[in-house]
Design a protein around this ligand. Structure first.
Ligand SMILES: Nc1nc2c(ncn2[C@@H]2O[C@H](COP(=O)(O)OP(=O)(O)OP(=O)(O)O)[C@@H](O)[C@H]2O)c(=O)[nH]1
Ligand SMILES: [Mg+2]
Length: 328
C-alpha cells in the first residue's frame, strides 16, 4: 500500500518525515510520500530529507476563514500535482494541539471532495490516565476529527519500556509508529505477497474494511526473535504445539501493549496478522488467535490472515481494533 502522508504540526511533521525517510521502499518506489505543514518555519527547516516544495508554513493564530480559503487551498493544489499513484491519504498529527486539529478537520473535508481514496488519521495523544486540562479535552477532540476521517488510529505518548530516557520518549513512539505503519503498508504489496505459502491471504482491502468510520482504532504489535543457530533445520526439535503457543503468546503481548488504552468490548471490528517464516506459522496458531479475539471483542467482525516472510528471523503478531467508543 502506498500512502500520501501529510504531517501536521510539530509532532505530525516529525513523524511524517520519519515515515518517508525510513519507511519501506519497493520496486514501486517509496511507500510513504510526505508533505509537512507547521506553524513553526524553523521546525520545518530542520526536518531534512523532504524537498522544500513539500513543506508548508501556516502562520500561528491564522483565522479559520483565511486558513480555509487560502492556505489549505494552496496545500490541496500542490498535493493534487503529486504524480505518484497512492492507495490512501494519511494525516498525522497530535490530538493535543488545537492548531493541528483545526487543520485536520478543514483539510480532510477538502481532500474528501477531490479524492476517492480513504483519508485516515494517525494521531498521538497524551497518556489518558493523566488528569490535566489537555487530557480532559481529548474525547471531545476525538469526536471532532473522527467525524471527518475514514478512521482514526491513536498512539498514546506512553513508553512501557522504563529503560528509555525521557528525552528519547517521542523518538521511541515515533519509531513504534514507523514499524507498525511499515508492516501495514507491506500487506498487499504484490512483490511481498507470497500466496503460495500463505494459510489465509490478507490484503489492503482487509485492512481498509477493518478500519471503520467513527470511534477510534488502536493497534498492538509483538515479535519474537527465533533462536536459530547454524544447521537449525537439522537440529530443530520444536514440536507443532510450541509454534502455536508462541503465536498465542505473541498475541497476548500485542494486546497488552495496545497503542492506546481503551475498552475493547466496544470494538466493531478486529484484524490479526501473523508474520514470520512460513514453517513457523501454524493454522492452529492462527485459529487460536481468532478465538481469543472473539472472546475479548464479542461484537466485533474479525478478519485474519498470515503474511509469510521466508527466511525471516522473527515471528510477529499485529492486532488492530476499530470502531471503539470508550477510551481509558
Ligand atoms: N509522539 C510524539 N509526540 C510529540 C512529538 N513532538 C511533540 N509531541 C507531542 O505533541 C504535542 C503537540 O505538539 P505539536 O505537534 O508540536 O503541536 P503543534 O501542532 O505544532 O501546535 P503548537 O502547539 O501550536 O506548536 C506536544 O505537547 C507533545 O506532547 C513527536 O515527535 N512525537
Ligand atoms: Mg508546534
Amino acid at each position: 500500500m502506498k500512502t500520501l502522508t501529510i504531517g501536521i504540526g510539530g509532532a505530525g511533521s516529525t513523524i511524517a518525515r520519519l515515515l518517508e525517510k525510513e519507511g519501506l521502499k519497493t520496486e514501486r518506489g517509496k511507500l510513504f510520500i510526505s508533505y509537512l505543514i507547521d506553524n513553526d518555519p524553523d521546525h520545518l527547516r530542520k526536518l531534512r530529507g523532504i524537498p522544500p516544495e513539500r513543506k508548508f508554513h501556516i502562520p500561528h493564530g491564522i483565522s479559520m476563514d483565511l486558513l480555509e480559503k487560502k492556505d489549505l487551498v494552496s496545500v490541496v493544489n500542490l498535493v493534487a500535482e503529486e504524480r505518484e499513484p497512492f492507495d490512501a491519504i494519511m494525516l498525522v498529527f497530535s490530538l493535543e494541539s488545537d492548531f493541528s486539529n483545526m487543520v485536520v478537520v478543514k483539510l480532510a473535508e477538502k481532500l474528501k471532495r477531490i479524492y476517492e481514496e480513504p483519508v485516515f488519521g494517525i494521531a498521538v495523544a497524551p497518556p489518558v490516565d493523566q488528569d490535566s486540562f489537555h487530557v480532559n479535552r481529548i474525547p471531545g477532540k476525538i469526536m471532532n476529527v473522527a467525524d471527518v476521517l475514514d478512521s482514526l488510529l491513536i498512539f498514546e505518548n506512553l513508553v512501557e519500556d522504563s529503560s528509555v530516557p525521557p528525552h528519547r520518549e517521542f523518538r521511541y513512539i515515533n519509531f513504534k509508529i514507523l514499524n507498525i505503519m511499515n508492516l501495514l503498508a507491506v500487506v498487499g504489496e504484490s512483490e511481498y505477497r507470497r500466496r503460495e505459502h500463505s494459510e489465509v491471504v490478507i490484503d489492503t482491502s482487509d485492512l481498509f474494511n477493518t478500519l471503520t468510520k467513527g470511534g477510534i482504532s488502536v493497534i498492538g504489535f509483538a515479535r519474537e526473535k527465533l533462536n536459530r543457530g547454524l544447521f537449525w533445520k537439522w537440529r530443530d526439535q520444536e514440536v507443532r504445539g510450541e509454534k502455536t503457543g508462541r503465536i498465542l503468546n505473541l498475541l497476548n503481548r500485542a494486546m497488552s501493549t495496545l497503542s492506546m488504552r481503551c475498552d475493547l468490548s466496544s470494538a466493531e471490528s478486529a484484524l490479526v496478522i501473523i508474520t514470520g517464516p512460513p514453517e513457523e506459522i501454524t493454522m492452529d496458531g492462527c485459529l487460536s488467535c481468532v478465538s481469543a479475539l472473539e472472546s475479548k471483542t464479542p461484537n466485533a467482525e474479525i478478519r485474519w490472515g498470515d503474511f509469510p516472510i521466508p527466511k525471516s528471523r522473527y515471528v510477529s503478531v499485529v492486532v488492530m481494533f476499530s470502531g471503539i467508543r470508550r477510551i481509558g
